[in-house]
Design a protein around this ligand. Structure first.
Ligand code: ADP
Ligand code: MG
Length: 400
C-alpha cells in the first residue's frame, strides 16, 4: 500500500489540464540529445495521461539558467525528440506561467501534449516562491510529479505546486518510490548494503544511516582504505582519508551496537601507478608496500561477499568496489554485480542500486537489466540512502 496518490487515484481526467513535472535535463551534443534515457522514462506517464484525455502540460528545468531566460537552454529543442519518442505531436509553450502561456493552453484539446518553457527561467522556481506557484497552478487542474531525481529539492515545480493542486505520483516516480521502499523502507531481511566509491567524506551520512538499517554492510572502493587504515592497516599510497580514522571507528562501533556485520576486504589489488593495465599484485591487506596503491578489492574478498549475498533477500548498492573506469580495476565490481544479477534472476534477491558512477559501473558489467531496480536519480538517491525525507516526496504523501 503506497502512502501517496498515483494515477490510479486520478478518476475522470478527460479535458482536465495536468501539470506534469518531469526530468528532461538530458545531455546534449551538437544540438542533439545524446542520451534520451530521461525522456523515455517519462513516456509511460505522458502517454497514459494523454490516453485518458488529459491536456498534458510538461514542466521541467534544463541546465542552470540562473533565473533568467537563456535561449540556449530553451526546452523548445526537446519538442521534436519527445514527439518522436511518444509518437504524437508535441506543442511548445514559450513560458510556464502568465497570460500568453494561459492563452496558448486554452487552445489545446483533450489528449494534447505540450512542453512548457524551462521553469528555471523564473528565479522564483528554485526559491519555491508562492506567487510563482499560484500563477503556475492557475494553468492546471491537477499536478503530477514524475521527477524523483529532483525530489530532494523544494522548488515550485517539485514541491510547491503540490500544495496548490491535487497531487499525484507519476509512473516513474511511483516505480522509484516502490523500489526504494522495498529495498530499505520495509525490506525483507537479511539486507546487505554495498557502499563503495572514492571517499568516506562524501558518504558519511549514508554509512551512518545504513548501519542502523541493514544486516551486512559491505565496504569497498577507496573508502575501504580509510576503514582499513583506522584499524591499523598500512595502506601505502592508496587514496585514504587518514583524518577520518576516528569517524570510521565510530561507524564500526555503531554497526556493532546495531548488530550490523561490516565486511572489509582482506585481499586487495595493488599497483604502483594508476594507469590502464599496469603491473599489479593481489595481496593480503597487511602486505601493501609503501609505494603501492589499493585500486580494487581482491578475488578472495569477492568470493566471500558473494557468499554473503547468497544468504540475503535484499541488496542496496551505491558505489563501485574499485577504480572501475581503469582496467583491470573493474574486476571485483563486475564479478559481484554479476553474482547479484544472477541471484536476482533466480528470484532469491531483490537488488536496488543507484549513484552516477554506480549506474555506469553496472552498465559496464552488463547487469543493468537484471537488477530489480536501478535508480538514475543521483543526488535524490543518495539523500534517500541517508534516510532523509525528500520534500518532493513528502508533498505527495496522502494526508487522508
Ligand atoms: P557514485 O557516483 O556511484 O555515488 P562515487 O562517486 O562515490 O560513486 O565513487 C566512484 C569513484 O570511486 C569512481 O570514479 C572510482 O574510480 C572511484 N574509486 C573506487 N575505488 C577506488 C580506489 N580504490 N581508489 C581510487 N578511486 C576509487
Ligand atoms: Mg560519483
Amino acid at each position: 500500500m503506497t502512502s501517496f496518490r498515483t494515477l490510479d487515484d486520478l478518476g475522470e481526467a478527460g479535458g482536465k489540464r495536468a501539470l506534469v513535472r518531469v526530468d528532461f535535463n538530458v545531455p546534449m551534443a551538437d544540438g542533439a540529445v545524446s542520451d534520451d534515457t530521461r525522456l523515455r522514462a517519462a513516456i509511460p506517464t505522458i502517454a497514459e495521461l494523454s490516453d485518458k484525455g488529459a491536456i498534458v502540460l510538461l514542466l521541467a528545468h534544463f541546465g542552470r539558467p540562473k533565473g533568467a531566460a537563456d535561449p540556449s537552454l530553451s526546452l523548445a529543442q526537446l519538442t521534436q525528440p519527445l514527439s518522436h519518442l511518444v509518437g504524437r505531436p508535441v506543442t511548445f509553450v514559450p513560458d510556464c506561467v502568465g497570460e500568453d502561456a494561459s492563452a496558448m493552453i486554452d487552445q489545446l484539446s483533450a489528449g494534447d501534449i505540450a512542453i512548457l518553457e524551462n521553469t528555471r527561467f523564473h528565479a522564483g522556481e528554485t526559491r519555491n516562491d508562492a506567487a510563482l506557484a499560484d500563477g503556475m497552478a492557475a494553468l492546471g487542474d491537477f499536478y503530477v510529479n514524475d521527477a524523483f531525481s529532483a525530489a530532494h529539492r523544494a522548488h515550485v515545480t517539485t514541491e510547491g505546486l503540490a500544495h496548490h493542486l491535487p497531487a499525484y505520483a507519476g509512473r516513474a516516480m511511483q516505480a522509484e518510490l516502490d523500489a526504494l521502499e522495498t529495498a530499505l523502507g520495509n525490506p525483507e531481511h537479511p539486507v546487505a548494503a554495498v557502499v563503495g566509491g572514492a571517499k568516506v567524506s562524501t558518504k558519511l551520512a549514508v554509512l551512518e544511516h545504513l548501519v542502523t538499517k541493514v544486516d551486512h554492510l559491505i565496504i569497498g572502493g577507496g573508502m575501504a582504505n580509510t576503514f582499513l587504515a583506522a584499524r591499523g592497516v598500512d595502506v601505502g599510497k592508496s587514496l585514504c582519508e587518514h583524518d577520518l580514522a576516528d569517524t570510521a571507528g565510530r561507524i564500526l562501533e555503531a554497526a556493532d551496537a546495531a548488530d550490523c556485520t561490516v565486511h572489509l576486504p582482506y585481499d586487495v589489488v595493488v599497483a604502483k601507478e594508476f594507469t590502464a593495465n599496469p603491473p599489479i599484485r593481489t595481496v593480503n591487506v597487511h602486505e601493501v608496500a609503501s609505494d603501492e596503491m589499493i585500486l580494487d578489492i581482491g578475488p578472495s574478498a569477492v568470493e566471500a561477499l558473494a557468499d554473503v549475498l547468497k544468504t540475503c533477500r535484499t541488496l542496496v548498492w551505491n558505489g563501485p568496489l574499485g577504480a572501475f573506469e581503469t582496467p583491470p580495476f573493474d574486476t571485483a565490481t563486475v564479478a559481484l554485480a554479476q553474482t547479484a544479477a544472477a541471484l536476482t534472476r533466480e528470484g532469491s534477491l531483490v537488488s536496488v542500486a543507484g549513484g552516477g558512477d554506480t549506474v555506469a559501473a553496472l552498465n559496464h558489467a552488463g547487469v543493468a537489466d537484471d537488477f530489480s531496480f536501478i535508480s538514475t536519480a543521483g543526488g535524490a538517491f543518495l539523500e534517500w540512502m541517508e534516510g532523509k525525507e525528500l520534500p518532493g516526496v513528502k508533498a505527495l504523501e496522502r494526508t487522508g
